[in-house]
Design a binder for this molecule. Sequence first.
Ligand code: MIC
Ligand code: SF4
Length: 643
Amino acid sequence: MGLTLTEKILKSHIVDGEFTKGSEIGIRIDQTLTQDATGTMAYLEFEAMGVPRVKTERSVAYIDHNTLQSGFENADDHRFIGSVAKKHGIYFSRPGNGICHQVHLERFGIPGKTLIGSDSHTPTGGGLGMIAIGAGGLDVAVAMGGGAYYITYPKIVKVNLTGKLSPWVAAKDVILEILKRMSVKGGVGKVIEYCGEGVKSLSVPERATITNMGAELGATTSIFPSDEITKEFLKAQKREDVWIPLAADEDAVYDEEINIDLSALEPAAACPHSPDNIKSISEIGSMKIDQVCIGSCTNSSLLDMLKVAHILKGKTVHPDVSLSIAPGSKQVLNMLAKNGALSIMIEAGARILESACGPCIGMGQAPNSGGISLRTFNRNFLGRSGTKDGQIYLVSPEVAAASAIAGVLTDPRTLGDMPEFKLPEEFDINDNMIVTPADEKDMDSVEILRGPNIKPFPQTSPLEDVIDCKCSLKVGDNITTDHIMPAGAKILPLRSNIPAISKHCFTVCDEAFPGRAEALGKSIIVGGANYGQGSSREHAALAPLHLGVKIVITKSFARIHRSNLINAGILPFTFVNENDYDKINEGDELICENLKEAIREGGDIIVRNKTTGEYIPCSCELSERAKDIILAGGLLSYTKMNG
Ligand code: MIC
Ligand code: SF4
């Protein structure tokens, strides 16, 4: 029986476990990436492990999220990460060099390699034929130290692409169609593998847009084959030597199959407040808009920017609209400057932002009250833009640029003929903003520079046998990590200070939560389905840990957040009967006994609601390794105990 591409790469990297569906496997990690908002914690964790030098083939630390330096905190984090990188053998991409996923695709990604990153959009690398997975900072720290990364052997979904995109229909519309069909939880436990004739019509940056937003499906990752188009891209990046051809076997067997005829797609948008709330542009109609933001790791490649410049050429941004553009990397920005496209954008009235995440993570450009904002980004969760009642629509760069001129949501197919947009034969290569680490012999002389906002990793303790406490919060379905641990310009600078950032935990849902949880000392949170979707930020587990949360009971969890909870030593329980969700209310007194034995043995665990007298069966399925992590009180203690 033939193998899928995913299986081929996983098989060549497996170091622990059985190569059978559904079981936990440990894979060797070739490359890691971090960004600054998760990076400081990841490097504090790496330091705590006491490994002198990273053991990966390539590890890169990027500064791209917290580039708004409204106080000393972010700049201190940049300095800290830069010094750790220099000392421990990590390449350091300086602020200004671009968004981690865009730069990694351009300069470091290699077909057939494994990459984990402390950012949920790490699957962008799947556009180059990598197995690239988003993970918590602690998992990345362990991988940098040479440890395996553990995943459940995934289900593999074949997306068979046929046909070719019509003019003005974009890669973004492909992934929006898949989100429409599969929903934000449809990809949990799965890898999305693209194949079929249609693959050939998509360039690497277009493939990367699709794999990037596979994160919004909840998928473990997404991957395209490595073919002649991949080779051309790498050649243009002067990295042809790392290319290898990779594809699934003809007779590979998949768990599910989806067919997409690219020629049948039309421009679409993800409507507020979820990336799977998809409507076509024609269905929504010519709605008046207030803001357009172009950029983010999803859609900020040179190709995207050239299309935008073409649409803006000789026009002026509509008087009622603010247009901002953030090219994804220094390479992209510099090439736009050299070929005149930047000047076209400036002339049209675009507000050019630095090459960074910016508005995507609420670092500036919050829309006006109730404002309608079209964004080429990947997430439109409530409040993420910085304006609680902002109405965020996720669209392609083509829709964004056409609408910025018209002042209303516009189908770019009304623009007439589309010229052919081609990638250059050679990109502008200049890695002068990537700092090479110190040689091993010089590493002792590198001083680690710590700022006062950088506080140590929170204390964890081994699992207690009885947890007897109140339910401090009850929330509904599809709670995102942006609800649990909001980001944005005010809160992001606190990412290195868990006690301080914890004061904002869950405040989107309930302003009083942090105070209440802290006063209780210990507590349990109850949630609905797909709890913890979105970001990889381990702060969404570390802040509850700091506030004394011992167990989170839900209908189901998103993958990365569940493992972040385990890594933090917090028990992730699921209701055996979903309807039992109704049997716990905020403030109820709950008790769980004989926990150590129950965890060791597996099987159901009873949560007794002392307030109502009900017995509620819950399950906590854990691999043997995860059981040990929970019993030890988290991954850091476990790793220290196991050397
Ligand atoms: C995001 O898009 O939400 C982020 C900010 O990139 C996060 C990481 C973080 O919270 O630092 C992610 O996607 O993992
Ligand atoms: Fe940055 Fe936004 Fe991409 Fe997250 S989704 S890495 S915040 S650009």
